[in-house]
Design a protein around this ligand. Structure first.
Ligand SMILES: Nc1ncnc2c1ncn2[C@@H]1O[C@H](COP(=O)(O)OP(=O)(O)OP(=O)(O)O)[C@@H](O)[C@H]1O
Ligand SMILES: *[C@@H]1O[C@H](CO)[C@@H](O)[C@H](O)[C@H]1NC(C)=O
Ligand SMILES: *[C@@H]1O[C@H](CO)[C@@H](O)[C@H](O)[C@H]1NC(C)=O
Ligand SMILES: [Mg+2]
Length: 330
């Protein structure tokens, strides 16, 4: 559609100009104008690696985290600070490397979308945001050597065309052990490698590793009658990396990423409670332009499984599958 629009506009412009002035030189000038206008129109629609398409909105992220992201006071705080500091730093010494940990349905993929949409105008569909899902992109352990080469080429290729790229690695606990180590050189404190600098790039790792341990800590707080919001990063920080490191299936198993402190932030996601599932249901209704219905929200939340078996505090699937349940109760 945009092409037709431009073409029509240009044809009109040529006619007007050619009729009014001496044909040849004027026609050439008009031609130059057409090329210029064409370029402007093109860059208006076509995503490019500059501030018009990549511009971190700190307020936007803050508002999104406050209004759309439930029950994750630690993750909210750490993410906002990490991204804001990184975006404001004109000469970062290394790329930003975030590792998000938590059980299923607690919002790891969801918050990655919020981050992307407050950095890139096109959000997750930006051509500078690259998502790799272990079971989709790297399913066979036997192919690890091919994956390693491919992954390194992709990252290098993409960062050399846009330094402010974002790479999201989902399900790293399901990646063939050792694969993640192949991207280590990109995460380190180097000025540049083969003329490519990775210092403005963001890497995000998502995994379940450490999730059970986080849940244990959250449960201890609950058992002792303490407020969930009292849980501090320090209550989890020391324990999570250790567990991740020692868990053979974490995808980060004995990886030198952790040894060398190349991961800037470990970000724990707490298991969600009944009240958060209710909020997820209400949020989903708003997205679908439905009237907010507290009764349906209650029904949806009641329909989820909770653990531990007796106390039933944490939703076993977090806020996953809420959307499909809504349809059922409507
Ligand atoms: N903390 C949260 N706040 C608001 N919505 C949430 C939250 N957690 C989950 N949701 C909702 O539930 C859906 C599923 O969550 P999401 O895919 O982010 O989970 P996940 O942590 O990535 O799980 P998995 O580890 O299985 O990939 C999201 O699309 C979102 O709508
Ligand atoms: C940043 O986000 C805020 C809150 O969502 C919004 O009002 C504002 O228009 C955004 N700014 C830009 C430049 O997009
Ligand atoms: C960029 O990454 C994508 C995968 O997201 C890959 O298909 C593509 O080939 C990469 N581009 C370059 C130039 O390497
Ligand atoms: Mg996910």
């Amino acid at each position: 559609m945009q092409k037709t629009f431009t073409a029509l506009f240009l044809v009109t412009a040529v006619f007007v100009n050619v009729n009014a002035f001496e044909p040849f030189t004027e026609a050439r000038k008009v031609l130059a104008e057409i090329v210029k206008l064409g370029k402007t129109t093109y860059s208006f629609f076509q995503e490019s690696c500059d501030d018009s398409w990549i511009d971190f909105n700190s307020t936007g992220l803050q508002v999104d985290l406050e209004q759309k992201f439930f029950g994750q006071h630690i993750a909210s705080k750490v993410l906002l600070k990490a991204i804001t500091d990184f975006a404001n730093n004109k000469t970062p010494k290394k790329p930003l490397v975030l590792s998000l940990h938590g059980l299923t349905g607690t919002g790891k993929s969801f918050v990655s979308q919020l981050l992307a949409s407050n950095i890139y105008k096109k959000g997750m569909s930006s051509s500078f945001v690259h998502q790799f899902v272990a079971t989709v992109h790297f399913p066979y352990s036997s192919e690890i050597d091919i994956y390693k080469t491919q992954l390194q080429q992709w990252i290098k290729g993409n960062v050399s065309s846009c330094a402010r790229s974002m790479f999201i690695f989902d399900e790293i606990d399901k990646m063939p052990p050792g694969l993640i180590d192949s991207i280590k050189p990109f995460l380190d404190y180097y000025d540049n490698q083969d003329g490519v600098s990775y210092r403005r790039t963001i890497f995000i790792f998502l995994s379940h590793a450490g999730g059970e341990r986080i849940k244990q800590v959250a449960f201890e707080f609950w058992e002792n009658g303490k407020d969930r919001e009292e849980i501090q990063l320090s209550d989890l920080e020391e324990k999570v990396p250790l567990e991740v490191f020692n868990n053979k299936y974490s995808g980060l198993w004995h990886t030198s990423l952790i040894d060398k402190y190349l991961i800037d932030f470990f970000i724990p996601f707490l298991p969600l409670e009944y009240r958060h599932v209710r909020l997820c249901a209400l949020a989903e209704m708003a997205i679908r332009n439905m009237e907010p219905d507290e009764d349906i929200a209650d029904k949806v939340a009641k329909d989820m499984m909770y653990s531990p078996q007796e106390e039933r505090v944490f939703s076993s699937k977090g806020c996953k599958k809420i959307a499909s349940k809504l349809v059922y109760y409507k």
